[in-house]
Design a protein around this ligand. Structure first.
Ligand SMILES: Nc1nc2c(c(=O)[nH]1)N[C@H]1C(S)=C(S)[C@@H](COP(=O)(O)O)O[C@H]1N2
Ligand SMILES: [Mo]
Length: 216
């Protein structure tokens, strides 16, 4: 992975307009090697493990822990009982593909953090997936935005297993790699810990339209 990371950083130097024609680590996961070069309005399904992990709706749990006064351990039904937020937005992967008019519903991340009551001195969040490998991060300032949700519905139905169900993060203003699938844990921490792809050359602050997605 160290080699791939170096390649990602090198590839990033040549980017213009957010679309890269050099191979990046993410593109190397695409069996055709051409995902970002083919126009098309459909999702590519990504996983960094050998398959798609599974948790039933009944067994699913999301913990919110770390620097909080009131740690949470939530079931899917707990999330669904909270006030919902819905959005229709374009999903944009840093490798160039995008899907327009994607419907999302979930709970505002900021609402969950409010429930947990973030402690003084905390500045960031670490996200974990029940795939056991993928991680992500946000600052608490970013997490206060209303367009970042813990999503249980996507594309007009429950978030499917391939898309990271029962629950994934959806960070609308940032590239797709920030939207961690199979979300299992949110830990409030005192500094940003770069996530899985960020350790491999992608920007920690992956703003669509401001960042080209590469570098930090
Ligand atoms: N756990 C996990 N989350 C992930 C990924 C992954 O490989 N594993 N890939 C990320 C990337 S790079 C993108 S573009 C989106 C893709 O979402 P999709 O697989 O539902 O199309 O998921 C993001 N979240
Ligand atoms: Mo992506």
């Amino acid at each position: 992975m160290l080699g791939l990371g170096a390649l990602g950083v090198v590839a990033g130097k040549g980017i213009q307009g957010g679309i890269d024609t050099a191979l990046t680590p993410l593109q190397q996961l695409d069996p055709t090697g051409l995902a970002s070069l083919i126009p098309g309005d459909y999702f590519r399904i990504y996983t960094v493990t050998s398959g798609y992990p599974y948790e039933s709706d009944a067994d699913y749990r999301l913990s919110v822990d770390g620097m909080v006064d009131k740690p949470l351990n939530l079931q899917l039904s707990d999330l669904q009982a909270m006030p919902p937020t819905s959005m229709v937005r374009t999903f944009q992967c840093v490798t160039g593909w995008q899907v327009q008019n994607v419907h999302w519903t979930g709970v505002k991340l900021s609402d969950l953090l409010g429930e947990a009551s973030v402690a003084k001195g905390a500045t960031a969040l670490r996200f974990e997936s029940f795939d056991g490998l993928y991680t992500e991060s946000l600052t608490l300032d970013q997490a206060a935005r209303p367009d970042i949700i813990v999503a249980y519905s996507m594309l007009g139905g429950p978030v499917s297993r391939e898309h990271g169900g029962p629950v994934r993060l959806y960070v609308a203003p940032m590239y797709g790699y920030k939207s961690i699938k199979w979300l299992s844990r949110i830990t409030v921490v005192d500094r940003v810990e770069p996530g899985y792809w960020e350790d491999n050359g992608y920007a920690v602050d992956g703003w669509i339209g401001h960042s080209n997605g590469y570098g930090s």
